[in-house]
Ligand binder design. Sequence first.
Ligand SMILES: [Cu+2]
Length: 165
Amino acid sequence: MKVFSLVCLLAVVPVAAGAAQAKSKAALAPTGAARTSKAVRTIELTGGDTMKYDLASIRARPGERLHVVLKSIGTAPKIVMAHNFVLLKAGVKPEEFVTAAMNARATDFIPSDMQDKVIAAKGLVGPGESIDVTFSAPAKPGTYTYLCSFPGHYMVGMKGELIVK
Ligand SMILES: [Cu+2]
């Protein structure tokens, strides 16, 4: 009888210890995961009547979650002066995108047949308006172009670089 209880005790103790350890690990895991995958960094961007973004470059880590807020600080009427934010995928020629965008007023100058060429796109903002878009920076290090596709704006320099490294 004594031997039996000892065996029982030996069998139970390691299992209980193991279970406790597993439980504490499980309790910690969600917090750690939340820190790495759900953290979003906000980047404030403005555009105005000068047809430039205030930031010509944004740096990010591969896969970093970014929340871009674009605000128009201009005063010209929206019909003649509005801005958007379009981040192009690697290898997409900005000139080709903005040329196609000229005929896409109905979709805020983001051509519906070029959705596969963008990482993120949102618009348009007129005076005092703002829009925001959340996305993941590309996993592949490199330089990605963001631009305003309102007709003519890219050509006068309403663009920037997202530098991923
Ligand atoms: Cu613009």
